[in-house]
Design a binder for this molecule. Structure first.
Ligand SMILES: [Zn+2]
Length: 172
């Protein structure tokens, strides 16, 4: 178990295009576990490898939307390696997004409501699924990271400036 430091804006690494994973190995699996530990430690629901400084096309997501009898979230982390969006719906849905690389800042972002995605799991097995709801939003947000895109790129310049100002204040 290792919790890795998270890269935050305006670190230029967040603008890199991440490279595909050529082979899923034990090393990949150990790194995926570190990403999962890091995501939970930061109370996130998704994390892209570049957010811990590694420019590989790897994501972890756990929406933590299922609760046990004590109302504690049931952990069900998933790894998505070389994820690819095959198609998106025409209808959009808006969600108040946040990002571990832009701490404590949120903004409404409109994205396609559903998307069809293909990926490899941590055992190197292929999957293809139609994603909807929060998982669709989260997946698109995380795949954006692999292409050097942040959620603040999807909002107006005015709102983006506001987010960055609030963040600067928070850091002072
Ligand atoms: Zn993010």
């Amino acid at each position: 178990m290792a919790v890795l430091p998270i890269v935050e804006v305006p670190d230029p690494r967040l603008r890199l295009i991440s490279k595909p994973v050529e082979q899923v190995t034990d090393q990949t699996r150990a790194f995926v576990q570190d990403m999962i530990d890091t995501m939970y430690a930061a109370n996130g629901i998704g994390l892209a490898a570049i957010q811990v400084g590694v420019d590989r096309r790897i994501l972890v997501i756990d929406l933590q939307d299922e609760k046990d009898e004590d109302d504690k979230p049931i952990k069900a982390p998933h790894a998505y390696i070389n994820p690819e969006i095959l198609s998106v719906s025409e209808d959009l849905s808006s969600y108040n997004e946040g990002c571990l690389s832009i701490p404590e800042q949120y903004a409404d972002v409109a994205r396609p409501a559903s998307c069809r995605v293909r990926w490899l799991d941590e055992h190197g097995e292929g999957h293809e699924e139609e994603l909807t709801g929060l998982l669709s939003t989260c997946m698109q947000h995380e795949i954006d990271h692999l292409n050097g895109v942040l959620f603040i790129d999807h909002i107006s310049r005015l709102k983006r400036d506001m987010v960055m100002k609030k963040l600067a204040k928070l850091r002072r």
